[in-house]
Structure formats: C-alpha cells, structure tokens
Design a protein around this ligand. Structure first.
Ligand SMILES: Nc1ncnc2c1ncn2[C@@H]1O[C@H](COP(=O)(O)OP(=O)(O)OP(=O)(O)O)[C@@H](O)[C@H]1O
Ligand SMILES: [Mg+2]
Length: 304
C-alpha cells in the first residue's frame, strides 16, 4: 500500500456490501484493488481514525465516513494527518528547547564543579578519583547532547562577534587534551598565526570543533594521532580535523551528516548534523575524506 503525499486527501465510495464503486486518483494510488473492500468495510464500521500500513511503517490517517443515501452508499475520505502533526510537534520542541536547555545546564554545571572539588580533595585515592572523572565525563556528554539538541531543534540565539578561529581551535584542543592523553592519542596542532578574525558565533564553532574531536577520539579506541590544522588558502580559512582511526566505509560517507545516523551503541547520531548546521550558518562548507583502517579527515572552509 502506498502512502498519501502530505496534506493529500483520497476519496472512496463503497456500496452497502463494502464493494468499491468509485475511487479518485489519490485513492487509487493509496490502496491496491485486492484489499480495498476488506479494509474499507472495516473503516466504514465506525472507526473515526485508522492506521494504514504504508509498506514499512504504520501511518495515521484521519478518516471521515458519510452515509449519503438510505441505500447504504458511503463516501469515505482519508486525510493524511501525519505531516501536520509532525510539523506541530517540531514547532513545539523548537520553542521549548531553549528554556529546557537553560534550566538543565545550570544544575549540570553545579554538579560538575562540586565533583571537581571532591576529586581534588581525594588525594591518594586514585580509584575514587577515577570514578569521579568518569562521572564528570558523563555530565560533559549530557551537556554536549543538550547543546546539540538546541541547535538541532533550531532554538537558541546566535551571537556574532569578530573571532579568531585559530584561538578557538587551540582552546578546544587544550580542553580535550586530557581526554586524548587518557585515550593514548597524540595531539598535533598546526595552526597558522596569519588567520584573520571573522564574524562568527564562537560558542557554536567551539561546539562544532568539539563534536569533530570527540568523533575522532571515539574512532581511535586503541590510540592514535589527532591533527588539527588551520591555514588561509584561496581567500578562505581551511580547517582540518584529522585522525588515524578506523575510518568510514565509502558507502556510509553520504549518510554521516544525516540526523540520527549512527553506528555507535550509545550515539544519538546528531553530532555531525549539528556540525554541518553550524558551519552552514557561518556560510561555510564541510567535507570529509576517509579510508578504512587509515583514518578520517574533516575539512571545513570559512569565508574571510
Ligand atoms: N572521525 C570519524 N571516524 C570514523 N567514523 C566517524 C567519524 N566521525 C563520524 N563518524 C561516523 O559518523 C557517524 C555519525 O556521527 P555523529 O557525530 O553524527 O553521531 P555519533 O557520533 O554516532 O553520535 P553523537 O550524536 O553522540 O555524536 C558515527 O556514528 C560514525 O559512524
Ligand atoms: Mg559524534
């Protein structure tokens, strides 16, 4: 059975024995001749809504059934409500997301600071300190998911200032230095001092670089090399985030920027879609080159 295109209607007319006596063009594409009588009879028995299978998923349609004559002829109208309800759902997520993110971030930061303090007081108790570091890492993961969800839902404001991209990259690299050391990853920075300032949302770019670095770290479970380089070429700022991890298969490359694509058991799959969104909002571009077993190189270009 085929799915109606969004906001479409399909009209069927059946007689008192449930036989189809008329189907408009949309109706004919929706339902195959073989199962039409059985399904329409069930609908006409008084359901106000029904789930029709559209091949792989069940799709909700609103159904109106009118008895137009005493002789039992019924007009049944199917209307796809899936598209409409999805839009309403997305709009409401977008509007409440900034306040949820704000309310959640403050207590998370508070917990992080307290744990950090306890960590420093536990001198000589390496096992306990390790557990606290793990807890802090989990809180950071929550914060990252929250920030990603905020960008993904279209919420949150953008604040553009003159920013030095080289400084932002060095800062993000420094913040992730410990994570890399723990994972036996050697970090190399090759950031040209000639990169001019550009108008950018520093917070969002930090988030994008951070997501790429985390992906690189996750791609090197046995350790490796992470190289961040930035330089000016052809009037653009070029940024490379390169790892020597397990790489991405060619057939997967076109999917990795799609929301919810993930091959990690604990991944949400929105990290790279958020990176792409952030780069796009800066008028830039992102591309990727990868080789299985050798590593991956994400390249970002930003206009000067
Ligand atoms: N550096 C990389 N090396 C190998 N595979 C990668 C790399 N970066 C991304 N990928 C692939 O792209 C997929 C999507 O990445 P993305 O960051 O969007 O989601 P995720 O890392 O799976 O989850 P999360 O939303 O928590 O970041 C990953 O699951 C992985 O398969
Ligand atoms: Mg990721």
């Amino acid at each position: 059975m085929r799915q109606l295109s969004k906001a479409d209607k399909a009209v069927f007319i059946i007689n008192d024995s449930g036989e189809l006596i008329h189907a408009d063009e949309q109706a004919r594409t929706l339902i195959s001749e073989t199962d039409v009588a059985e399904r329409l009879s069930a609908v006409a028995e008084g359901f106000s809504s029904v789930l029709l299978s559209s091949g792989c998923a069940e799709v909700p349609y609103s159904v109106t059934c009118r008895h137009i004559q005493e002789n039992g002829i019924r007009v049944i109208i199917f209307e796809d409500v899936c598209g409409r309800s999805e839009l309403i759902r997305l709009a409401s997520i977008g509007s409440i997301m900034p306040s949820i993110a704000h309310e959640m971030r403050n207590p998370l930061t508070g917990i992080s600071v307290l744990l950090d303090d306890i960590h420093d007081r536990l001198t000589g108790k390496e096992d306990e300190r390790r557990l606290i570091r793990m807890s802090i890492a989990e809180i950071e993961r929550l914060e990252r998911m929250l920030n990603d969800a905020l960008v993904y839902s279209g919420g949150g404001s953008s604040v553009m200032f003159d920013e030095n991209i080289g400084d932002i990259l060095s800062e993000v690299l420094m913040l992730n230095h410990k994570l890399c050391t723990v994972n036996r990853i050697e970090v190399h920075g090759d950031i040209s001092p000639d990169i001019p300032e550009i108008l950018a949302d520093g917070g969002k770019l930090r988030q994008a670089f951070h997501n790429l670095i985390i992906n690189a770290v996750e791609a090197m479970p046995g350790g490796g090399n992470l190289t961040l380089s930035a330089y000016v070429s052809d009037g653009k700022i070029n940024i490379h985030i390169k790892d020597t991890g397990y790489g991405i298969a060619e057939e997967k490359l076109h999917m990795i920027f799609e929301p919810f694509f993930t091959d990690k058991s604990e991944g949400s799959g929105i990290g790279l879609s958020v990176v792409r969104e952030i780069i796009r909002m800066h008028g830039g571009e992102i591309s990727v080159r990868s080789e299985i077993g050798k590593g991956t190189d994400f390249c970002i270009t930003l206009n000067i």
